[in-house]
Design a protein around this ligand. Structure first.
Ligand SMILES: Nc1nc2c(ncn2[C@@H]2O[C@H](COP(=O)(O)OP(=O)(O)OP(=O)(O)O)[C@@H](O)[C@H]2O)c(=O)[nH]1
Ligand SMILES: [Mg+2]
Length: 424
């Protein structure tokens, strides 16, 4: 079974603790502090592996833990760093934080390797704490904890051109005729069950990548058909080839087919429905005169780019490929890469202070750099942003402080210019 979706747990390594010890040598009564530093925790790193094209491996392993740093030891010995863990994913994998739904990284384009969770820093040993007034420091710093997240991996393949259309219109036959892809072809609906990528070689190092996805049917965008899940695989395509069967073999009206497919795209997203399309009349060798002339007239009236092909006899294929190349020339070269919007509450922020004060008018004011930072990267108007905010109040200790200050249900809280009524 093809997997383009997975949920896993990742955790970076804890930093090793700093060590407390004192030099002990023969004839030296009380030596100075010599406790070494702890090692750094291992990172969780994601890396694109060429040739991988599903997330199937994540079905078998769901926990990914980097190594912990070792503690420091006597004689200023530094603890060993924890081992990094490199998670291999196919190009085009998006990594989301499960809790907030925010995008952590898009493993595509130039982003082929990224540290997703850095390991905790090692704590420094007591050898660093000797001063003129404190010659026997009995403390060292503990290592920083690792970080953990439940993440959702989602594959959105990288292709220039996407094939769309009803089942059995000949999408797979076309990709087989023009590229190195060899998907299954058969006379029943939903023969193709997983996206297939093919490289179309145009010589002299030119070419493009084509994606064949399962056929769409009415209702697919509502999750009724098979197609819905697969529409995301054409989201990054620059150009869509919309295949319509002009053989009328299945007794449908081709103009209705075109409208239904366009509606599916529209229901899925405006971005998808606005992608440039080339309309392709398929099965030219078996064309029904009436159906074909209807589509021709429609394309003419709408001013669409329209070509007719037979993927079986290869008639019209060269013209189609030239047309695709020409259209691609007009479009931006770069792959669509999605902008991450996830922010890990960094350790630096966690150390920043905040205060809770009850003002004269009874409003509880929460202020300080910690709060300012959080408000800076949180969109409180969105549902996800608000969920994050609520967790922040709890995790950061703001909630406890509010209780200590005597807050009750219905009281007003102010965070800079932002007011809300307090309810738990
Ligand atoms: N006569 C004729 N038959 C074709 C042509 N292209 C495809 N077919 C036939 O149409 C049937 C469906 O072809 P596929 O390529 O599997 O269609 P598909 O669009 O990939 O279908 P799904 O994967 O089910 O969505 C097969 O029996 C093909 O042999 C063509 O150009 N001419
Ligand atoms: Mg197919």
């Amino acid at each position: 079974m093809f997997a383009d979706h997975a949920k896993i747990y990742i955790r970076s390594g804890k930093g090793g603790d700093g060590h407390v010890s004192f030099r002990r040598e023969l004839y030296v009564a009380a030596g100075g502090p010599d406790g070494g530093d702890g090692g750094k925790g291992g990172d969780i790193i994601f890396e694109v592996e060429k040739g991988l094209n599903t997330l199937g491996d994540f079905r078998h392993q769901r926990k990914y833990l980097a190594g912990d740093g070792e503690p420091g030891s006597r004689r200023k010995k530094h603890g060993k760093n924890g081992e990094d863990l490199v998670v291999k994913v196919p190009e085009g994998t998006l990594i989301y934080d499960e809790a907030s739904g925010r995008l952590i990284a898009d493993m595509s384009g130039t982003n082929l390797r990224q540290v997703i969770l850095p390991g905790g820093k090692g704590g420094v040993g007591n050898m660093h704490f000797a001063t003129s007034t404190m010659q026997v420091p009995k403390y060292a710093k503990p290592g920083q904890p690792g970080r953990e997240l439940n993440v959702i991996l989602e594959l959105k393949v990288i292709a220039d051109v996407g094939l769309i259309g009803f089942p059995s219109v000949g999408k797979s036959t076309l990709i087989s005729a023009v590229s190195n892809a060899r998907p299954k072809i058969a006379a029943y609906h939903f023969t193709t069950l997983t996206p297939v990528l093919g490289v179309v070689d145009r010589g002299d190092g030119n070419g493009f990548v084509m994606a064949d996805i399962p056929g769409l049917i009415e209702g697919a965008a509502d999750g009724v058909g098979l197609g819905h899940d697969f529409l995301r695989h054409i989201e990054r395509c620059k150009l869509l080839l919309h295949l319509v069967d002009i053989s009328a073999a299945e007794g449908r009206d081709p103009l209705n087919d075109i409208a239904v497919i366009n509606e599916e795209l529209q229901k899925y997203s405006t971005a998808l429905s606005e992608k440039p399309q080339i309309l392709v009349g398929s099965k030219l060798d078996a064309a029904d005169a009436e159906a074909a002339s209807k589509v021709r007239a429609y394309a003419g009236a709408q001013g669409l780019r329209y070509l007719e092909i037979s993927a079986v006899t290869h008639e019209g294929l060269d013209a189609l490929l030239s047309c695709i190349e020409e259209e691609l020339e007009k479009l931006p070269r770069e792959t669509t890469v999605y902008e991450p919007d996830f922010v890990y509450e960094s350790d630096a922020n966690a150390d920043l202070p905040f205060t809770v004060t009850r003002e004269e008018d009874g409003v509880f004011a929460v202020e300080g750099p910690r709060i300012e930072k959080m408000l800076g990267y949180t969109n409180l108007d969105s549902e996800k942003g608000f969920d994050f905010f609520q967790r922040f109040l709890k995790d950061s200790g703001v909630l406890n402080k509010l209780h200590e200050a005597g807050i009750e249900e219905g009281d007003t809280v102010r965070m800079y210019g932002w007011y809300f009524d307090f309810y738990e």
